[in-house]
Design a protein around this ligand. Structure first.
Ligand code: FNR
Length: 368
């Protein structure tokens, strides 16, 4: 393996190392994968307006998320079934996040349980929740996450049914028999049956509650005191509803382009959501973040922080915990350099004037 100089390089290594079924599951987007491509391309259409001759000898990247201080505004998104990538799976991710001083979000569909992840040592962790038809199961799981010290619930709201990921259909994707969805082991929901299409799509169709609605955000608040992040908002309308529902924050996400194809890139939807929330709750973003420059662009457009998904699983596949550490380090270093070269010494200094979007270029120029 030659020297890795950016997080995208892990993808090719993961492709070589992993069985096709696992790699395709991690990599794929929905249908034409238009949004998958767009999540990246939309970042590349945003340009910088850097400021110069500012003393940048000291740069502070620390921030606070729901009251928890972290080292940088870069966190780990929930991605399911990490032991398919590496035997250490979620343990490795948890340790790497903790070493980097940032937050890991554990998927409901992790191959390690909330208790097992907690046992890796201290760290600030969020728990991503899928709402099952059987609400008793959900209540139990939320209780276990609370007891295991998880600090917030990321409620995924874009998956009442699974998006059509054609590679998974062709591969007849199932969780390998030596693994289980550990949080559901013992509840008879930890295994995934073979199906005539994607085993995961069938599992979702059988178990996940399609009736989920805004009133369930209230229901969730009635069973937990943990703050709730609504993950999967991409419109102003839903951003306002999220604020009214009492959400502690929003994650602008299109599920890594794995659900509805032809939704805009998250970085294109971000400003609309930020404006609709009027600063009442923090807005985070995930989807296509691969560079420190992407992190900066998201913050300039109003995000309070970002989450990364695929780079973590690809790095896990390549190098386990060391790979995830390296992903976090590279993103951090790139982000710090972007701040320096833009003339920003703290996150508070990053603002809308530091970027130029396509929309800005079409509008008449303001007189400065
Ligand atoms: C995901 N994502 C996801 N989201 C969620 O709420 N629960 C989950 O279990 C999963 N699982 C999952 C598996 C894999 C392999 C991927 C790629 C994604 C979505 C994830 O949290 C996040 O929204 C995206 O991954 C962000 O986009 P990038 O960084 O992968 O481009």
């Amino acid at each position: 393996m030659g020297e890795i100089t950016n997080v995208m390089e892990y993808q090719a290594i993961a492709k070589q190392k992993l069985p096709k079924m696992a790699y395709d599951y991690y990599n794929s987007g929905a249908e034409d994968e238009w949004t998958l491509k767009e999540n990246r391309e939309a970042f590349s259409r945003i340009l910088f307006r850097p400021r110069i001759l500012i003393d940048i000898s000291k740069i502070d990247m620390t921030t606070t998320v729901l009251g928890f201080k972290i080292s940088m505004p870069i966190m780990i998104a929930p991605t399911a079934m990490q032991k398919m990538a590496h035997p250490d799976g979620e343990y490795a991710t948890a340790r790497a996040a903790s070493a980097a001083g940032t937050i890991m979000t554990l998927s409901s569909w992790a191959t390690s349980s909330v208790e097992e992840v907690a046992s890796t040592g201290p760290g600030i962790r969020f728990f991503q929740l899928y709402v099952y038809k059987n609400r008793k199961v959900v209540e139990q799981l939320v209780r276990r996450a609370e007891r295991a010290g998880f600090k917030a619930i990321a409620l995924t709201v874009d998956t009442p049914r699974l998006g059509r990921r054609e590679a998974d259909i062709k591969n007849r994707f199932v969780l390998p028999p030596f693994l289980t969805l550990k949080n559901f082991e013992g509840l008879d929901l930890g295994k995934m049956d073979q199906a005539n299409d994607s085993g995961l799509a069938s599992y979702v169709a059988g178990q996940i509650d399609r009736t989920l609605s805004w009133k369930d955000v209230k229901w969730l608040q009635s069973i937990t005191t943990l703050p709730i992040l609504v993950k999967g908002v991409i419109t102003a309308e839903d951003a306002r509803l999220a604020v009214h529902s009492g959400a502690a924050g929003i994650i602008v996400s299109n599920h890594g382009a794995r659900q509805l194809d032809y939704v805009p890139a998250t970085i294109s939807a971000l400003e609309e959501v930020v404006n609709a929330t009027q600063g009442r709750i923090p807005v985070y973003l995930d989807g296509g973040v691969r560079r420190g420059t992407d992190v900066f662009k998201a913050l300039a457009l109003g995000a309070a922080g970002v989450f990364v998904g695929r780079p973590v699983v690809f790095a896990l596949a390549a190098e386990g915990e060391a790979g995830v550490r390296n992903v976090l380090r590279m993103l951090r270093d790139e982000f710090e350099l972007t701040m320096a070269l833009s003339g920003c010494t703290s996150l508070a200094e990053i603002n809308r004037s530091h970027v130029l979007t396509e929309g800005d270029r079409l509008r008449p120029k303001p007189r400065l």
